[in-house]
Design a protein around this ligand. Structure first.
Ligand code: NAP
Length: 490
């Protein structure tokens, strides 16, 4: 921005990111008459994770009639679990039909955000200049920055290599010897697709995941039109899906219990039925408790591993060399291409953009003892700053969209309070501390800590700062309405 700053240059709200959360926030702001609003997006299209993850087989593992915005229903989801292109298309349709496109500034990356206490606004410094806004909403998501492990020799690999979230569609993998590192949610989707088309696939597994049947199937045309004609039926289906996923959470799935053993029995049964070979089954049997890492759904992963052209390697990787991967025991796997299905830098990702709040305090400093936010949304010392899908708001058991919509409502309450003559709203440090204490107590004996595994849910100190340790219903009760007594209004 150039020239003297005027109040007309100041947005009411600047939203960063155009994934599910950014889009939901922008729509709800407009509906509530809050404006002017702008959304910046570093990419050249909307969709967030659903625009970035285009690896073959990318799909959702939450049923689509639930994995969609409550205020933007879609009657004609083509499958029980929609695939990436359909979800990306849905988000584009929602943004267009709600008139959001003119608000979005594409190819604009937030570099730094600084609170200007004198003018009571955020200075958002982007690679396209500075934007001023009363309130700043971070909607950049947690699963965003690819984590590629620092395996010795990684740079020396001669063939193409890329991360699942940065799929290089210019590379034709047909007939090649392809290595896939990792066996998480992305890997179990990409492996069956690759196994069909590559010459040979070697899958490098460090820890086997717990896998349950997915039972994915197309939704017949007749059912789709019935949902279009009768919105109540579609809504009832959504409600049914929600409660089916929510019940285990209400029964206390966050602790090791009888339910854990029952679920392990079901997953072992799925493995036994799918993999007759005992030696392979052994390699695929997890040695930690069900739920410690994200539980995966697939009907195609185990069959893919039994193809003649697929090798499951469970040894430890010693080095990547120009023509493949060498294992600690000296085995060498010759490879033409390498895929890293190695997940994301969740904790570090949140701290990549410099956010500087009151009295020059950096968000990274505020989080030196672990990421934390009141209701996972607001941070003391950072007025008018809101995080969607912030610390301790991730879930693995139900639709994350439900969590997003609860957070959007909370932020709206805060923004409405700002609209009524107040200029700044900031969570009280004591309220934040009480909330964080509650979370930490609940986490102490949780399955993620006590289940005998190490996952991306935990930070360097072994603390779970990513997941909400309870049901969606409990989060709704806790966070949906902003309790203004927990906030200081200026
Ligand atoms: P992830 O769950 O973090 O899995 C990463 C995999 O890479 C793990 O198997 C890990 O092994 C392995 N790995 C990491 N570093 C390694 C190393 N140095 N050597 C060998 N193996 C290594 O990542 P993701 O599969 O991309 O999934 C991330 C999250 O994205 C999921 O939890 C989920 O929330 C989301 N997601 C969702 C869907 C969906 O259908 N909704 C699909 C894809 C992703 P260890 O287990 O031993 O660490």
């Amino acid at each position: 921005m150039s020239g003297p700053e005027r109040d007309d240059d100041v947005l009411a709200v600047l939203i960063v990111g155009t994934g599910f959360s950014g889009i939901a926030m922008a729509i709800r702001c407009r509906e509530a008459g809050i404006g002017p609003v702008a959304v910046i997006e570093k990419g050249d299209g909307i969709g967030g994770t659903w625009r970035e993850n285009t690896y073959p087989g990318a799909a959702c593992d939450v049923p689509s009639h639930l994995y969609s915005l409550s205020f933007a229903p879609k009657a004609d989801w083509s499958r029980l679990y929609a695939r990436q292109p359909e979800i990306e298309g849905y988000l584009q349709d929602v943004a267009r039909s709600h008139g959001l496109m003119p608000l979005i500034r594409f190819r604009t990356t937030l570099l730094r955000a600084v609170w200007d206490a004198e003018r009571v606004l955020w200075r958002a410094q982007t690679d396209r200049g500075e934007i001023l806004a009363r309130a700043l909403v971070s909607a950049t998501g947690g699963l965003h920055h690819p984590a590629v492990p620092a395996i010795p020799g990684r740079e020396s690999f001669a063939g193409p290599s890329f991360h699942t979230a940065q799929w290089d569609h210019s590379v034709d993998l047909a007939g090649l010897r392809v290595g896939v590192v990792g066996t998480g949610a992305s890997a179990i989707q990409v492996v069956p697709e690759l196994a069909e088309r590559v010459g040979h696939l070697t899958l490098f597994q460090r820890t086997p995941p717990w896998i349950m049947p997915k039972n994915d199937r197309p939704i017949p045309d007749e059912r789709q039109s019935r949902y279009a004609r009768r919105p109540l039926l579609r809504w009832l289906e959504r409600v049914r899906l929600f409660w089916r996923l929510e019940v285990p959470a209400l029964l206390g799935f966050t602790r090791v219990s009888r339910m854990t053993a029952q679920a392990e029995g079901m997953a072992r049964h799925h493995l036994r039925r799918s993999v007759p070979d005992k030696a392979l089954r052994e390699k695929l049997t997890p040695r930690y408790r069900f739920g410690c890492k994200r539980v995966l759904l697939s009907d195609e992963y185990y069959p893919a591993l039994q193809r003649e052209t697929v090798t499951l390697e469970t040894g430890s990787i010693a080095a990547i060399v120009s023509d493949g991967i060498t294992m600690a025991d000296g085995t060498h796997h010759r490879l033409d291409a390498l895929v890293f299905a190695t997940g994301f830098d969740v904790v570090g990702g949140f701290q990549r953009t410099e956010v500087i709040g009151r009295e020059g305090r950096r968000l990274a400093e505020a989080w030196a003892d672990g990421m934390q936010a009141y209701q996972g949304i607001t941070v003391a010392g950072f007025p008018n700053y809101f995080i969607l899908l912030g610390p301790n708001t991730g879930i693995g058991h139900n639709s994350i969209i439900a969590m997003i919509e609860i957070q959007v409502q909370h932020v709206l309450d805060c923004l409405k309070a700002l609209g009524s003559g107040r200029r700044a709203i900031e969570v009280r440090a004591a309220a934040q501390a009480r909330f964080v204490e509650r979370i930490r107590n609940r986490m102490k004996e949780s399955i993620w800590q006590a289940g005998g595994c190490r996952s991306w849910y935990l930070d360097a100190k072994g603390r779970n700062t990513t997941l909400w340790p309870d049901s969606v219903v409990a989060y709704r009760r806790s966070a949906r309405r902003a309790r203004l007594s927990d906030y200081r209004l200026e």
